[in-house]
Design a protein. Structure first.
Length: 195
């Protein structure tokens, strides 16, 4: 069983996170089920930047309503490494792990890492929430647009900057940083890959 929860827990306003309503409250307490469980709570994924690959390759910029808030984003490859260990090795039953990258970074820092990886300027543009929503309506279902706005409000309030050492402790490897992600995914942001 996998249930996604926002980090940190508890989030005082979690009841407003409608797009996670079913996931925040699974049917019956997971902790009381017969099966062993481990909760993995990843933060924002670096790979979410791939959503902006078209604007990054075409215009050299990407947009979000987040301001200069720092988020301890994590690479999905690190989540997979932790999941592999927790599923194949004993000692993780009943545990909850917050999974983050090695540091909290701003969107401007993400743009700088992509600039270095692509050897051309990439900039981040902060936009008002409504302008962001208007730009993605029609591309995503309404519930997902609303969910993204809630996520970005959470990030903008500075509630996603905590850094955890869980990736390194469990997987035995340091988590990927934004610079490595930029190098590894450069082709996708250059228009040379389907992503």
């Amino acid at each position: 069983m996998i249930f996604r929860r926002l980090q940190p827990d508890p989030v005082p306003h979690a009841e407003r996170l409608d797009h996670f309503a079913g996931e925040l409250h699974p049917p019956g307490p997971v902790e009381h089920r017969v099966l062993d469980f481990t909760f993995l709570r990843p933060n924002l994924y670096f790979q979410g930047l791939l959503t902006f690959a078209g604007s990054i390759s075409g215009e050299g910029r990407f947009f979000a309503p987040i301001g200069d808030s720092a988020v301890s984003a994590v690479d999905v490859r690190d989540i997979a490494a932790v999941a592999t260990v927790t599923l194949t090795e004993a000692g993780h039953e009943g545990a909850t792990y917050s999974l983050t990258g090695p540091e909290a970074i701003t969107r401007a820092q993400m743009a700088a890492a992509l600039t270095a990886a692509l050897d051309r300027t990439v900039t981040f543009v902060d936009v008002p929430p409504q302008a962001f929503a208007d730009s993605i309506r029609g591309l995503l279902p309404p519930w997902q647009v609303d969910g993204l706005l809630e996520d970005y409000a959470h990030y903008r309030r500075g509630e996603a900057g905590a850094v955890s050492s869980a990736v390194a402790e469990i997987s035995g490897k340091a988590p990927h940083n934004i610079e490595q992600f930029g190098r590894d995914y450069a082709a996708a942001f250059s228009g040379n890959s389907a992503g």
